[in-house]
Design a protein around this ligand. Structure first.
Ligand code: BTN
Length: 264
């Protein structure tokens, strides 16, 4: 285990109810798969899987999540919060806020760290941004009730070189300050512990103001799978609001990219 993860169990014990039991893995397929298997075997609320590297790390929409061994945070936490199934999709935004706030606390200019609907955390660079974290929320539903939720997070901490063409960044590239992965993970989990249960039972209301304040897409020209418009916020159900031709349309899911300004 790399030195900056040593002591993780103590950090978690001091900061949060999440992270027990803790499974620290040198290598695994996907921590989300480990957590789902754990859930099926009866692991309790708060169980945490942390890996130094993954051989089949997954993102949304069938994408892969690749991270060099020992550099970043790759983890999944199991939640047993019996809530209605409709409350699950917005939880990725709650996780995004937790990661955003934890990363922002490490950076000289916290205002550059934003939540990009529906599941990314990005850092503003000029007119665009670079992705620093991705979130994959998966759940098992029985009838209308959620049996368990797995929150998987990949957060770039120490990686300094990314494959060409990937608009990515890391905590190390954004600040001179040395950051320990154990402390950062403790901070993220503390924030998740604070917000997730509330959002699962009561919705986004309490966090909505923070979401609006750190919404990467607000006021930006966006392309949501071919539908063009301007980001007009996020509603209380976690849907992206897109304004186009004077109408505001809520979008529940999809891939968003920034629309480039047409050439003069
Ligand atoms: C995305 O950007 O689409 C989400 C990426 C989520 C990656 C994390 S890494 C830890 C956990 N295990 C996985 O296989 N995926 C998530």
């Amino acid at each position: 285990m790399s030195p900056d993860l040593v002591g993780l169990a103590d950090v978690l014990l001091a900061k949060t109810r999440l992270g027990r039991p803790l499974r620290l893995l040198r290598e695994t397929g996907s921590t989300n798969d480990d957590a789902k298997e754990g859930a099926r075997d009866g692991a309790p609320h708060g169980a945490l899987w942390v890996a130094e590297t993954q051989t089949s790390g997954r993102g949304r929409q069938g994408r892969t999540w690749v991270s060099p061994a020992g550099e970043n945070l790759l983890f999944s936490v199991l939640l047993r919060i019996p809530c209605p199934a409709r409350r699950v999709p917005p939880l990725a935004l709650v996780c995004g806020l937790a990661v955003r706030d934890a990363v922002a606390a490490c950076l000289p200019d916290p205002s550059r760290v934003l939540v990009k609907w529906p599941n990314d955390v990005v850092v503003r660079h000029g007119e665009g941004w670079r992705k620093i974290a991705g979130i994959l929320v998966e759940s098992a539903v029985v009838g209308t009730k959620v049996e368990y939720i797995v929150v998987g997070i990949g957060l770039n901490v120490h990686t300094r070189v990314f494959p060409e063409g990937l608009e990515a960044t890391s905590v190390a590239l954004e600040t001179e300050r040395p950051v320990s992965r154990a402390d950062l993970l403790g901070d993220v989990l503390e924030r998740l512990d604070h917000d997730l249960e509330h959002a699962a039972h009561r919705g986004l209301g309490l966090m909505h103001g923070r979401l609006v304040a750190h919404d990467a897409l607000r006021g930006r020209a966006v392309d949501v799978e071919g539908a063009l418009g301007t980001g007009a916020g996020i509603d209380l159900d976690g849907r992206l609001l897109v304004e186009s031709g004077g109408r505001v349309v809520p979008v529940a899911s999809g891939e968003v990219s920034l629309r480039r300004a047409p050439r003069a």
